[in-house]
Design a protein around this ligand. Structure first.
Ligand code: NAD
Length: 360
């Protein structure tokens, strides 16, 4: 009888690196978030990512306010030498009553997993990273699908995403001078204007009392609200406008019907969510998935990843309106966190936590 040697137990430590928002910000300042997002989008278009279905848990808190938790797993890069392999998850929760109590509406943590042991190896503040990846996606879509030239941008909704978008616009589109803004709560638009004024951002902020007025003020419209009721019709948008429909429920169906071109981040993700307008229109057959064109019916051209890999042509707004409708992919959070973590490891940022403590 042969006796197999039992390996010595590995030293019983369970370390993970904690990156708070300040550490994430410092590390993110040392990377190019748009390049990081574009690398992941190309990997996604090539099928080198995994994106399981999101976990979604809604409830109402003691104020009767809508609360939700979204758990978004993803992996990127396995079999793709152009991006670092990363496995992880974003857990992003929100309560609509938070802002009235002086708290950001959404918050959470993102993880990276050790590829060998599968243990969580990094945990990072998620809201800033999430805003950064969302803003970076918008910048990429503007770079490839936006008007050739623009100096004015409209932001509808003046919360956390609006600030990150403003920071990224200053970095990636230095010609932009004016931000037209609107918020359902005028005090939010004023707070945003004061924040810009107190920052080094090079913008003049022009608040508008009505969303339609703000939308008509420029040829780049970015929706960053939390509405679930559409309010922008084709008549509110100038010919030659690019819309980044980030908050997903601002455009009325007619905008999709009449769009010159329509791009998404992932067709299945959009289709699987009939809670959002484009998912509903796809389910009804009023908008069609790529490859199934029918004369007179709006058809999704493809994904931004398809544009980046040249599988689908990029179409900028001519006399019509080009719409980008990004559902939001966990692989972008995971891929971006991998870059942030690489910086943190190289520069010694973050706090090491020991999950076992004295219990070894
Ligand atoms: P936030 O709560 O910080 O800010 C939202 C702002 O929109 C608030 O100031 C609110 O008063 C305003 N608002 C609400 N309804 C409005 C309306 N009808 N018209 C004008 N203003 C209105 O939210 P945030 O963290 O900045 O996120 C903004 C949106 O972006 C959310 O809907 C979020 O789900 C979405 N988001 C999308 C993606 C994506 O990839 N598609 C990723 C992250 C966040």
């Amino acid at each position: 009888m042969t006796i197999q040697a039992v390996p010595e137990p590995a030293t019983r430590t369970e370390h993970l690196l904690f990156l708070d928002r300040a550490a994430v910000r410092t590390c993110a300042a040392g990377i190019d978030p748009v390049a990081a997002v574009e690398d992941v989008l190309r990997a996604h278009a090539a099928g080198h990512t995994a994106l399981p279905a999101e976990g979604y848990l809604p409830w109402a808190n003691s104020h009767g306010a809508y609360c939700r938790s979204i758990a978004m797993l993803g992996s990127v890069g396995a079999a793709d030498p152009t991006v670092p392999t990363a496995y992880g998850m974003k857990l992003i929760n929100a309560a609509t009553s938070n802002p009235a109590q002086g708290r950001e509406r959404a918050g959470g943590v993102s993880f990276l997993f050790d590829p060998e042991t599968a243990r969580p190896a990094v945990v990072a503040e998620a809201a800033y990273l999430s805003a950064l990846r969302t803003g970076a996606y918008t910048m990429s879509s503007l770079r490839h699908l936006g008007p050739e030239r623009f100096q004015e941008v409209t932001l509808i909704g003046c919360g956390a995403q609006a600030r990150t978008h403003a920071e990224l616009l200053a970095r990636y589109f230095p010609d932009v001078r004016t931000l037209h803004v609107h918020d359902l709560l005028p005090e939010r638009a004023s707070a945003f204007a004061s924040w810009v004024e107190g920052s080094e951002l090079p913008f003049t902020v022009v608040p508008h009392g009505r969303a339609a007025e703000a939308a008509a003020a420029s040829t780049v419209v970015i929706t960053l609200t939390i509405t679930d009721t559409g309010y922008l019709s084709p008549d509110h948008l100038r010919p030659g406008t690019f819309v980044a429909h980030v908050s997903l429920d601002d455009l009325l169906p007619e905008v999709f019907d009449r769009a010159q071109a329509l791009y998404v981040d992932d067709v299945e993700l959009v289709r699987d969510n009939p809670r959002r307008v484009l998912g509903r229109l796809l389910g009804e057959g009023r908008v069609l998935a790529p490859g199934t064109p029918k004369p007179g019916t709006s058809t999704i051209r493809g994904t931004l990843g398809d544009v980046l890999t040249a599988a689908v042509p990029a179409e900028r707004p001519g006399t019509g309106v080009v719409v980008s409708n990004p559902f939001g992919m966990a692989v972008l959070d995971v891929g971006l966190l991998a870059r942030v973590y690489a910086r943190a490891a190289a520069d010694g940022h973050g706090t090491r936590l020991d999950l076992l403590g004295a219990d070894r």
